[in-house]
Every structure is written in structure tokens, then in C-alpha cells.
Write a protein that binds this ligand. Structure first.
Ligand SMILES: *Cc1c(COP(=O)(O)O)cnc(C)c1O
Length: 436
């Protein structure tokens, strides 16, 4: 490769190292530099005007684009097989911007109900206050989903692996249904990352990530990203905001401006710009480091998780293990289709003795950290019913797949013997009285 590190046509590991970067002519810096700057010099008033109207590529102000983040965006878009991406300050802002780029007051969104707790609250409460109605459906009941679609529907939303019940989305079937109604399928792929699954290859139109998790990989930075596949027909009549002329864009529409990435252009220059959810370039730089080691880390996360799942399945203190790669799991076939490399390293199990035993288990682990996070290089544990999903009523909890005896673990990159030994001692402690 020469100056221009074009990684088109390369395979996953190569793209993870090189995608989106062109070596800077002046400094020849091999690593992607951190452009810790708010603004960028214009060559002339004409140049400035052209940038403001998006008539040429370039940088104005880091609220809407930054060169470090641009490498991260292009690299992740390439890893996902998408046309373009927009990096933002958190997973929550990625979901907010992605969905509100499609739906405005009076519109509707259909969402599968096994969702991350924060997403559920965002869609059920915050979006409601914005006048956007979210209809929650069972992600496996295609009749129910089809019946929920109205003239006002703007998107179908799901997670690749539902949180924390691990419901695997049938993305091919969901995208077929969405496309039959001229709707885009929006998928949260935080738990899978492009290493385990590329939702676009199964028909998804927009992919969002909380890069806070596996993509960052070390539990250091909050961030999110939105990826557009690039082949959705925004001019199908359901999305007039994509085809109407925009005064600020020299009276072009977003579709005229950029047919393959009209959605990302609108997300960036409409809500991204106006809500001010910019990603700090330093965090963007950390996510680039994360992408470079993502393939190796994911491989080890999955290897460790598979071994822990089998170990738990055999343990007398455990009533059930929800890890769909296990042979007798009801989702085994779906897992084979959508997650042939493994279902990741976040999963749940039920502990003998219910709620009380679950609390004792969490009080007894030594290597595992009791935190509200997943996808860290360190092993993590939480009790969803009393924490991440505590704001939900018991009925809502059951709908999202949360039960009192359920423990969620996120298996890290420690030695497998140490991980198993810690779980074993905590399981033994969980059946004893008075561990507190
Ligand atoms: C963490 C998470 C989010 C929210 O992301 P933040 O970066 O914490 O804002 C959304 N979806 C899923 C599946 C998550 O795990």
C-alpha cells in the first residue's frame, strides 16, 4: 500500500487495522492522530459557503464532523458493509438520532420488546413526550408486527441479541416484512459487533452500536455510532423529509445530495448538529484502537463464554443457562444461522434459591466486578431485576425477559481457570446462610 491506505476489497482483520485512514501527507503519522480541535480554517469565503451547503467534503466544526472520528466512522462502515456512518456521544444518542431522523411528532415506530433497559425507557417515556408513539411487539410474532404497521409507521427496531433474555432477531424475516411496507429495519448490534454478525448482510438498513461496550472494549469511554447500508429507497413516499428541497443545502434534498448515504447526511446535519451530541475526538481515537483489536478480543470473549456456559450448565447450584450456542437451547438453530462464530460473551443463568441466592452470589464474587456495564475486557456481573431493569414494573420486566433469579454475566478476557474458580466459589457461597 502507498500513501492512500485504501482497504477496499480487504478482509475483516485488515480493514480493522487500515479502514478509513489515509496517511497525512505532512506528518506521515502512521497511527491515526487525535484532531483535538473545534474548528478548521477556510481557504476563502467561497470555500466556507460551499462547505456549509455540503457541496464539497471538508470540516467546519467538530460538532458535526472531526477527522479522527471520520476514520472511526469510515472504518466501522466498512467492517459492517455499509455506505457511511456517523459517530456520536453515546449509544443512547445513536438510537435517538437514528430513530428521530425517521420519525417526528405524530409518527410511530415498531420496536421488539426484549430491549436494553435504557432503550426501553427512551422509547416508552421520552419518545412519548416528543409525540412519537412506539408500539412494542413480540419480535417473533410476525403477524403481530404486520398488524402494528400503520400509515404513520417509520421504522421497525430490534436488537440483534435481545437484552438480557438473549432473544436472537430473525433479521432476514424482519427486513423482508419491513421492506414489504417500505420501512427500514433499524438494528442495535451492540452485543454482536461486526465480528459476530453483519446485520446489513441479512437485510438491515441501519445499524446502531453502543461503542461503549465491545467496540471500545476496555470499559473506558462512552460512545455510539450509526451505520447506513446505502440501498434503502428513501424516495418511496414514506419519507418526504428526505426528498424535499432543503434551503440550507442550496435547495437540494438529502437524496439528491447523497443517494447512497442520504440518511447519514441527514442524521449528521440535522439532529446531530442541532442536538449537539458530538463524540469527543479522544473517545473516537480510543474506539479506533478498539476496532484494531476487536477480532482478537471477540474470539477470546466467545471462547471463554462458551466454556463458562458449559460449566454452569453442569453446576448443581444452577437451574438454567441461557446461552443459545448450547446444543439443547431452543434458539440453537437461529444461533447457527445468525451467529455461527458464537453468541458473544453476555448471557444469563438462573440460580437455585431465587432472589436471595442471586444477591448472595453477587456479594461473593471476587474476580467479577459488580457494575452496570457489559463488553469490558474484565468479567462483569449484575442482577437485572434490581438494577438495569428496576425502573420497569414486574410485568414489563417479564416482557423484556427479566426474572428474579436471573443473573447476567459478561465474560472478560481473564484466564478461564480463574473465571470458573470465582464463579464456583460464589455459587457455593450462595447456598449458605449469613454470608453478609
Ligand atoms: C449500553 C447499551 C446501549 C446504550 O449505550 P450507552 O453507550 O450506554 O448510551 C444501547 N443498547 C445496548 C444493547 C446497550 O448494551
Amino acid at each position: 500500500m502507498t500513501n492512500e491506505q485504501h482497504s477496499e476489497g480487504f478482509n475483516f482483520n485488515t480493514i480493522a487495522q487500515h479502514g478509513g485512514q489515509e496517511i497525512d501527507e505532512v506528518t506521515r503519522s502512521r497511527a491515526v492522530p487525535i484532531y483535538q480541535t473545534t474548528s478548521y480554517g477556510f481557504n476563502s469565503t467561497e470555500h466556507a459557503a460551499s462547505l456549509f451547503q455540503m457541496q464539497e467534503e471538508g470540516y467546519i466544526y467538530s460538532r458535526n464532523a472531526n477527522p479522527t472520528n471520520r476514520v472511526f466512522e469510515k472504518r466501522l462502515a466498512e467492517l459492517e458493509g455499509g455506505a457511511d456512518a456517523f459517530a456520536v456521544s453515546s449509544g443512547q444518542s445513536a438510537i435517538t438520532i437514528a430513530l428521530l431522523t425517521l420519525a417526528k411528532v405524530g409518527d410511530e415506530i415498531i420496536a421488539t420488546n426484549a430491549l436494553y433497559g435504557g432503550t426501553y425507557t427512551l422509547l416508552a417515556d421520552t419518545f412519548k413526550r416528543f409525540g412519537v408513539t412506539v408500539r412494542f411487539v413480540d419480535g417473533r410474532n410476525f403477524t403481530e408486527i404486520a398488524n402494528a404497521i400503520t400509515d404513520k409507521t417509520k421504522a421497525i427496531y430490534t436488537e440483534t441479541i435481545g437484552n438480557p433474555g438473549l432473544q436472537i432477531a430473525d433479521i432476514k424475516a424482519l427486513s423482508k416484512l419491513a421492506h414489504a411496507h417500505d420501512l427500514p429495519l433499524v438494528v442495535d448490534s451492540t452485543f454482536t459487533t461486526p465480528y459476530l454478525q453483519k446485520p446489513i448482510s441479512f437485510g438491515a438498513d441501519i445499524v446502531v452500536h453502543s461503542t461503549t461496550k465491545f467496540i471500545g472494549g476496555h470499559g473506558t469511554s462512552i460512545g455510539g455510532i450509526i451505520v447506513e447500508a446505502g440501498n434503502f429507497a428513501w424516495d418511496n413516499g414514506r419519507f418526504p423529509e428526505f426528498t424535499e428541497p432543503v434551503a440550507a443545502l442550496n435547495n437540494q434534498s438529502y437524496v439528491e445530495l447523497s443517494a447512497a448515504s442520504a440518511f447519514i447526511a441527514k442524521a449528521r446535519f440535522d439532529l446531530g448538529q442541532n442536538l449537539g451530541t458530538a463524540l469527543s475526538p479522544f473517545n473516537g481515537w480510543l474506539f479506533i484502537q478498539g476496532l484494531e483489536s476487536l477480532p482478537l478480543r471477540m474470539k477470546q470473549h466467545v471462547a471463554n463464554a462458551k466454556e463458562v456456559a458449559s460449566f454452569l450448565a453442569e453446576h448443581e447450584q444452577v437451574t438454567w443457562v441461557n446461552y443459545p450456542s448450547l446444543k439443547d437451547d431452543p434458539q440453537y438453530e437461529l444461533a447457527k444461522t445468525y451467529l455461527p462464530k458464537g453468541v458473544g460473551s453476555i448471557f444469563t443463568f438462573g440460580i437455585k434459591g431465587g432472589l436471595e441466592a442471586a444477591k448472595k452470589f453477587i456479594a461473593s464474587v471476587k474476580l467479577f466486578s459488580h457494575v452496570a456495564n457489559v463488553g469490558d475486557s474484565k468479567s462483569l456481573v449484575i442482577h437485572p431485576a434490581s438494577t438495569t431493569h428496576a425502573r420497569l414494573s414486574e410485568e414489563e420486566q417479564r416482557l423484556t425477559g427479566v426474572t428474579p433469579e436471573q443473573i447476567r454475566i459478561s465474560i472478560g478476557l481473564e484466564d478461564i481457570e480463574d473465571i470458573k474458580a470465582d464463579i464456583n466459589q460464589a455459587l457455593i457461597a450462595s447456598k449458605q446462610e449469613n454470608v453478609f
